[in-house]
Design a protein around this ligand. Structure first.
Ligand code: SF4
Length: 132
């Protein structure tokens, strides 16, 4: 398949520089969206296989504590019961392959990732950056 490289580099912090999303754009992208914090719910964590159905019934605080210790979750919002996935020192999501810049759990990825960029900081636009 022919790879189309677009001469555009977005600044992740400035949504006005983001590119209008279109099908196939991800093929040549560096995976910039996978460097943003990802908020997930318990259902996502079960699908991802990091929490089992039995543990899902336990207090959320307890689950968060275990996942933080395991380096899977970086933050837990007690009020909304929302977990934020851990990232590497360069902000890459822990599930992003550093070489291919592809998600290693794509079929099981959280809803936040599935909904991007339709739902996100600038709906319909993404922080496209060509792969090096
Ligand atoms: S779970 Fe996958 S799609 Fe979601 S941010 Fe991480 S690497 Fe990207």
């Amino acid at each position: 398949m022919k790879k189309i490289v677009i001469q555009h580099t977005s600044d992740l912090a400035r949504t006005e520089t983001w590119l209008k999303y279109r099908k196939g754009l991800c093929d040549s992208c560096h995976g910039t969206c996978c460097t943003m914090p990802v908020e997930v719910r318990i259902g996502d964590l079960v699908r991802m296989g990091v929490v089992d159905e039995f543990e899902a019934g336990e207090p959320a605080k307890q689950i968060a504590k275990r996942l933080e210790k395991a380096g899977i979750v970086a933050h837990f919002n007690f009020k909304n019961e929302i977990y934020t996935l851990a990232r590497r020192a360069n902000n890459d999501c822990i599930y992003l392959d550093a070489n291919t810049r592809r998600c290693t759990i794509y079929e099981l990825r959280p809803n936040t990732c599935r909904n991007h960029p339709q739902i996100g900081p600038r709906p319909g636009f993404c922080a496209y950056r060509p792969q090096r």
